[in-house]
Write a new protein. Sequence first.
Length: 636
Amino acid sequence: PKTSVGTLRSGITAEAPPEATAAALKQFGYNLFSGNPNMFFPASDIPVPAEYVLGPGDEVRIQYFGSRNDQLALVIDRDGLVSLPDVGPIALAGLSFQNAKALLAENIRQKLTGVTASITMGQLRSLRVFVLGDVRNPGSYLVSGMSTISHALFVAGGVSKHGSLRHIQLKRHGRVVREIDLYDFLLNGDTSKDMRVLPGDVVFVPPIRGTVAVAGDVVRPGIYELNREQTMGAVLHLAGGLMSSADTTLAQIDRIGPDGNRQRIDLKLDGKGQALKVHSDDLVVIHAVPRISHGEVTLTGAVKRPGLYGYTPQLMLSDLIHSTDDLLPSAYTKQVEITRYTVENGEKRIARHFQVDLGKLLAGDRSADVPLMPYDVVMVRQLTDWQEHMQVTVSGEVRFPGAYAIRDGEHLSSVLARAGGFTDKAYLRAAVFTRESIRAEQQKQIDDMANRIQAEIAQQQAVQTNITDPKLLAERQGGLEAAKRVLVQMQQVKATGRLVIHLEDIAQLKGTDFDLTLRDGDSLYVPQKPDEVMVIGQVYNNTALLYQKQLSRDDYIARAGGPTRMADTGRIYVVRANGMVDSYDGWHKKPIGPGDVIVVPEKLQVFDPLSSALDWSKVLYQLGVAVASMKVVGIL
């Protein structure tokens, strides 16, 4: 594989092996023939030029006007004649189209009284030419009568890597009638020498002659065939000239000497160097300017434009830090540290650090300004415990809902006080506190469960293909269908990030475990007291029911249609309005409150075929809690 141009430019060093450098270069110009040959056929629907030479097979079309109104299509026969009715045979072969038109018009004028004619070319003949020498597919080819030397080359697949691009010959009757240089096409866009071919012509490509390889910081690194180019300047012109990053003080030529040994010639690209004569098989390497900094100064830390700055003998610290506008908000402004490097006794490099009073400098005290030295590192420190803007959202039944900026370590009670406290409609028991880090972890658990269910379903589907017992197969299929329903629900559930808290009046909240230390992005929603209780899961009607104090858990389930035959009535649980879950024995004796969600899970035995890898009770529990949480937040 060929090395990229970028590598050829950046990877050239004085120690690079010349063989490796030359092998990475491509021969210039040969990709001209890399396309489909059919793309290069001459167009057949354009006007025929006046100098086109007619021959057997060409069609001439004649339209009479005046006393006659005939249309004729005449083909030149193998004797070079066309037979024109009422006029006679006329010899056209060998004439240019312009001369043939004049001859036909004159004969028509003399022989046909009161008739004028419009003469155009019809279908052009095909020519048989030979494309020989160092081409990809040498041989005999039929080409259009409008074809040129370059068209014939394209039909033959182009010039091979061993063929010359610069000395392509057109031979006619044994002698060379035209020689073209394809570099005129490629470098200058000049096609003036691309001559049309005639029947029996030979397009001949001789072997490639001398070449020079050019690598490094030139516009087009590559291997170039020499023609009239003899000097370094002419070769660099072939390569598109020097890049702006080229080092004109050092170029190198790797050359095979008369004794067969390699020699390396160093030169400058001045007038004398440009005039140096090049030899065939030379490798010219143009190096880039060395990337060595000369006295740069580094500015780093809490500044708006950190980086390298050019050094001048008059450079002062105030040139890098003009005012507080050059600093980040996290800087404020007592000290700046400068690290300076010195070389002692020419043996070792010593780093020394010293402080500058940045406050005085920013206040305009010139005595605080210091001159900078080459390679100094200026660091503006960042404030301790600096953090970007943090905010939390408080919504619902508070007096002043909105997004509140917080300081590091601020507590929930503080923000609630800033929000004016709760309104009279606030239902603190159902307050929903969410945190992004919790939401991400919850979503990961839900996604992991969904992925495990999906994998288990796929595995069991493969196992079922080997079951022959109809009863067992029906049982397994029932389990799979139930699992698929659960999978669909798991994939639709989105975690809320809810953290269960016990919210009280601000004065009572302070100092308790639920007076949380807030983080950026936290959210608290305080709803009004809900009027409903929701029943979800394996009941005949998943619905919200009006809260009635005297109704029990079973009363609400009955009003939702009662449990289905798939319900696991022994594992019913309640997600309370505050997000806590009651699922232990005897819990159902506790009263149901407004905003509670009763979850009736599915029987676990339907999942028996899949239970080896999954804790289905945990899956269904998480699913019920997630749906209930969305209900309380207000999504459902």
